[in-house]
Design a protein. Structure first.
Ligand code: DGI
Ligand code: FE
Ligand code: FE
Length: 193
């Protein structure tokens, strides 16, 4: 990839994200590129997916709903109750139409970065994990352990993240999207204790 392509995307993100979100975006892109190098994934794809994963994050709920409705995307009851969940799906759409990404694996990595999905590709797992463990994140429990595990057993890191996320969502009585639960069950069945 030409360096200019990445800096173009970087500039675009700085226009649509507030300062903190933009810093998170850069951190996810660089963390994802390290994980990609570690696991033999395409580093450029990881950089692009990381750079664009939250491209719709700063949009209001109404806008997210209108993008998804206009494209006739399936919207679940949970997504109607918490439209911010749609920033992943809407972001994937914008990555293709506005930022000209054609690679389906990159688009899927953006689409499933919040809930994950059963049987994620290597790139999808890298973005899912990088989003959670980038150095700017401070609050989550077991972060040190998850950051170490990410470089030795990616599936296990995915499972740990889903476990902690579901515990957090249950404790705060948040709506839980079916895909998040299905992803947890899938990785629970695939990771050895
Ligand atoms: O966009 P980010 O903040 O970088 O991260 P994200 O896209 O993973 O979204 C963050 C939140 O999404 C995080 O607090 C966990 C939450 N999340 C994941 N699955 C679900 C969920 N929130 C709800 N309400 N329901 C879910 O199923
Ligand atoms: Fe996100
Ligand atoms: Fe993010």
């Amino acid at each position: 990839m030409k360096t200019s392509e990445l800096s173009k995307l970087r500039k675009e993100m700085s226009k649509v994200q507030d300062g903190k979100r933009f810093e998170h975006t850069l951190s996810v892109a660089y963390t994802a590129s390290n994980l990609a190098a570690c696991y033999g994934e395409n580093v450029d794809y990881a950089l692009i997916a990381g750079m664009l994963h939250d491209c719709a994050k700063c949009m209001p709920d109404k806008k997210l709903l209108s993008i998804c409705e206009k494209q006739h995307m399936q919207i679940s009851g949970e997504e109607y109750r918490k439209p911010s969940l749609l920033h992943a799906k809407a972001g994937s759409y914008l990555a293709e139409k506005k930022y000209n990404v054609k690679n389906r694996d990159i688009l899927n990595a953006i689409c499933y970065h919040t809930t994950g999905r059963p049987g994620m590709s290597l790139l999808e797992k890298i973005i899912f994990v990088a989003d959670y463990m980038e150095p700017g994140r401070r609050q989550a429990p077991r972060l040190d352990q998850i950051r170490r595990t990410a470089y030795t057993d990616l599936d296990k890191a995915v499972l740990m993240i889903l476990d902690d996320t579901l515990n957090y969502l249950q404790a705060s009585s948040s709506v839980i999207e079916k895909t998040t639960q299905e992803t947890y069950q899938y990785y629970k069945g695939h990771v050895e204790d």
